[in-house]
Design a protein around this ligand. Sequence first.
Ligand code: ZN
Length: 347
Amino acid sequence: VTRRVVLIVAVALVAFTVGSAAPSGAGTVGGTTVSTSGPATTLTVHLDICCSSPAQHAEDVSLFNAYATQAANLWNQAFAKLLAQGCDLLHLSIDVHVLNTGDPWEPGFDQITSNFDKPGRDGIDEPVGSTLPATSDWTEPYTSTLMGHYFVPDLTARIFAHETGHLLGLGDDYTDQYLEGIGPTSVDLPGREGTLMDGGDTIDQNLVDRIAAQVEKAGDTLPTCQHWSGTIHTQYIAPDGCASTIDATLVLAVRQDGTVAGTYSGAETSPCPGSPGTFSIGRGVPITGSLTATSFVLTLVPSTPYTTRELPVSIPLVSRDLASAQLHGSGGGFSESDVIRLTCSDC
Ligand SMILES: [Zn+2]
C-alpha cells in the first residue's frame, strides 16, 4: 500500500515582510569582509602575498590564483549544500594580490609572507598577545588584518583552503601533541576526523555553522530567517475502514529570497494494517518550499515510505504570524483530514 499522507495543507500568507537585506559591517575593517547581495552573504578574504620578484611575477600570480580558485570552489560547493545555521547561504570570494619586493602592504589585506623556495609549515599567526588555543574559533579575521606565512614548496590547494578556513574564523580541528614513543603528532579533535580544519578535505555543517557564528560575533549581521513552527494533526480512513491519526511537528525557516527549509517529524498512534507502520518517516523528514506574497508552498523531500503525490501544498496565512488551515482530501481509497497550525516566533 502506498501511503499518501499528510500535508494536504493549504495556507494563505498575508502581508509577509521579508527581513531587511542591509549590508552588514560593524565599522571595523578586517582582512575578511562581509557583504550581502540577494539571498547570499559573500565573505571576501583579501590577501596580500609578499613578495615576488619581477622575473617570477606572472608565474607566482598564476600559481596563487589557481590555489585561490580551487579553495573557493571547495568552500562554495559546500556552502551551496549546507545553509549556515539552517538559514544563510554563504559564498566565498578570495582576492589575492601578489606583491613585488618593495611594494607596500595594502590596507585591509591580510599580510602573507611567502617563501617561494623553502619548505616549511604554512600558517596564519594569531595577533600579538593572543592566548587563544589554535582550536578556538576567532573573530579577528573580520576585525583586523592578520599575518601569515606560506611556504610554496609545501603549499597545496587543500592547505590553502585550510588556511582560508582560519581566515573565515575557524580554529583547527586537531591539536599538536607529543606522544610518548611516537613523538610530535597531530591528534584529531573528537568527532572531527577528516575535516578540512583537521587534515582532510571535508567541509561539514559544523564548519559552516561555526563560520556564521564568528561573523555574527564579530558584529556583522547575517540575513535572518523567519522561524515558523507548528503542528499537523491528521486523521485518515483507509480503504478497509481502518482509522488512524498522525501527529507531526513542522519546523520551518523562511529565507529572505522566500525559500523555505525545514523538517517534518511525525508519529502515528495506531497504524492501520497494511500501512508502513509507525512512521519511520517521522523523524526530521526534510521539507523544501517557498513563500510567495500570499502563500506557503511546501513539499516533503521524497522519502520512502512517503509518497509526495499530494504535494506540494499551499497554505494560507490568517495573520502576520499565524497560519492555520483545516483540510480534507481523498484519493486512492483513503479519506483524510488535516488540521494545521503554524506560528512565527520572530515575524
Ligand atoms: Zn590550521
